[in-house]
Design a binder for this molecule. Sequence first.
Ligand code: BJ8
Length: 422
Amino acid sequence: VHSDPELWEELGMDVARFSGMPPMLTNAYKNIFLSQHNRPEKMSYFDDMVANIHTGRIREIYDAKKGGKPVIGTFCVYVPEELVVAAGGICIGLCGGAQGSIADAEKILPRNICPMVKSAFGFKVGKICPYFQVVDLVYGETTCDAKKKTWELLDRYVPTHVMEIPQMKRERDKWLWLDEVKDFKAAVERITDTVADFDAVADGIKTINAKRFALQRLNALRHHNPSPISGRDMLLIEQIAFYDEPVRFAQKVHELCDELEQRIGNGVSVAPTSTPRVMVSGTPMALPNWKLHFIIESAGAIVVNEESCIGTRYYKDLIDESSADLEQQLERLTERYMKIDCSCFTPNDDRIAQVLKEYEASGAEGIIDYCLQFCHTYNIEAVKLREACEARGIPFMSIETDYAPDDVGQLQTRVEAFLEQI
Ligand code: BJ8
């Protein structure tokens, strides 16, 4: 993972502290990714994206920003990136998946909240994430309590707007939601100084649909048994989707898909057909959170699906592109976003049905439900998920964890015991 202290200085980062991060990431990456056997060659693009995560891609975004493209940071897949692209901005996902920034956050935030919220907040407070430094504004949302209250504090460090996401999906909620989408569009337009008209919104929808479609294609290919790609490589690509340039990213995903099709045709795989196949569901795994996938795959299984916002919840639905006018475009966009089945909603039985559908489609033999510590909504929803799985004889295990390495040994033991059942 490369370094560029001059760029980091310009972005106002704590360079002395941040300089330790690339070597740490390099070691983790070598151990988790580069040590794998028989990886697809086209993974080299995504390896480069990680090698350049703090240099090349940031430089590219920074240059575009200096050339007049503002950067909007988001924390949730409910915030519509199509409208940022339409208004001529750059949209990046800012979630935090690192243990290294938690201590910074805990100087201010309570300790007993979700590690993803703490990690993201700590990145900004400690000035140790170039993406946080490059954004012009961030757009939070009212999903879970930890996030929505943190935005009030984050606003002290970087301008933070908040989108109200309803907690139910009735007809009246749709209209509130649509108004929020319009407010978001207006806020983005103010900062980009561009009005996103019908054609621009059509382009934005097309660009992001194409990115989601590429990921759908990849996910369908990785379901093949024997798997042509590992679960951790798929997770990595799902993570990169949040900060790469969308058109190039989609093209690179298709190139990888072409290679996977050939591999399937030639019987080339990363694991034999007898390898236990596990699906992961639950809370998102933001970069560089590879903890659970690494544990599962080190135990001799393969992860074949992520029912997660850094996973299928991000790309399972596309927006209908046949709208006649701007109003219809925004309505259809809202309808698409309302299909995302986050546990912050009640009731949320669509998600249970979706998990079961993905379980069937992926040819998994068991589900490990992943819950970040203190995420009450996913944690409680696991009760219904377990019941649904038990009723169908699907092996199910739920895990609650954070980013710290302390429980790795214990998780390994639990995962190994689970794999023996399937
Ligand atoms: S749509 S999952 S990205 S809110 S894990 S911070 S919910 S305490 S991330 Fe999420 Fe949007 Fe929902 Fe997806 Fe809170 Fe839970 Fe932490 Fe979470």
